[in-house]
Design a protein around this ligand. Structure first.
Ligand code: ATP
Ligand code: PRP
Length: 212
């Protein structure tokens, strides 16, 4: 049995066409089913639904053989012992710094001000601002980062941006692009050895789908 860990929403939806390339279809809709283990058209392949930030943990400890997870999650939460053979180029976005449209970020940085930064990505934000020599107080949030500068909780946020619509809708502007993000295939090292053939077939099919 091969177990693939996915999170509901964009990762699940954008992984489906790649799986179809491997001849695998999930036979239940995660949005309507309450099941956390979903069967597929292949008796030896199943999908487990986990929180996006839990995918690397499931794969690392063997709760799943392989998984699909954002580079943001891998870099922020650690990726110890995971084999990462493929950039799947899905769930593409960027990690950026954003502020209120009326906040003079450039001057604040130039003057060496201490910035209050709210983010889910505390580790990545710390590294980024340390690299620039900017002093920051980091405030950990778990979602709705855009609200922080609007309510005075923070001067800036570090969050994912794709179309920019969320920033725009909240009168925020992107002032720094920290890195490009996309989803990665991650594989458990032991599974790679023990289930080499079955996993190889899935990886090959993903590679072919990416080339197509
Ligand atoms: P959790 O449930 O653990 O809080 P989440 O709500 O961030 O996670 P998703 O919103 O499904 O989970 O995001 C999954 C991944 O998709 C992210 O880790 C990121 O790599 C990518 N992503 C997030 N937002 C966007 C976006 N607006 N456009 C494209 N990709 C995105
Ligand atoms: C992500 C991210 C931004 C938004 C950016 O949230 O946290 O809020 O997408 O996308 P945009 O630039 O295309 O507007 P998501 O939609 O995943 O909601 P979530 O915070 O509930 O995960």
């Amino acid at each position: 049995m091969i177990t693939l860990a996915l999170s509901k929403g964009r990762i699940f939806e954008e992984t489906m066409p790649l799986l179809a390339g491997a001849g695998i279809e999930v036979t239940e809709d995660p949005e309507t089913s309450r099941k956390l283990i979903l069967p597929t058209t292949r008796a030896d392949v199943r999908v487990v639904l986990v929180r996006a930030s839990d995918v690397p943990t499931y794969v690392q400890y063997g709760g799943a053989d392989l998984g699909v997870t954002g580079l943001d999650v891998l870099l922020e939460n650690g990726n110890q012992g995971l084999y990462q053979p493929l950039d799947l180029r899905i769930a593409a976005c960027r990690l950026s710094v954003a502020v209120r449209a009326d906040y003079d970020y450039a001057s604040a940085v130039k003057q060496g001000s201490r910035l209050k930064v709210a983010t889910k990505y505390v580790g990545l934000a710390r590294d980024f601002f340390a690299g620039k020599g900017v002093h920051v107080d980091l405030i950990k949030l778990y979602g709705s980062m855009e609200l922080a500068p609007l309510t005075g909780l923070a001067d800036a946020i570090v969050d994912l941006v794709s179309t920019g619509n969320t920033l725009k809708a909240n009168q925020l502007v992107e002032v720094e692009r920290i890195m490009d993000i996309s989803a990665r295939l991650v594989i458990n090292q032991a599974a790679l050895k023990l289930k080499r053939e079955a996993i190889r077939r899935i990886v090959d099919a993903f590679e072919r789908a990416l080339r197509a």
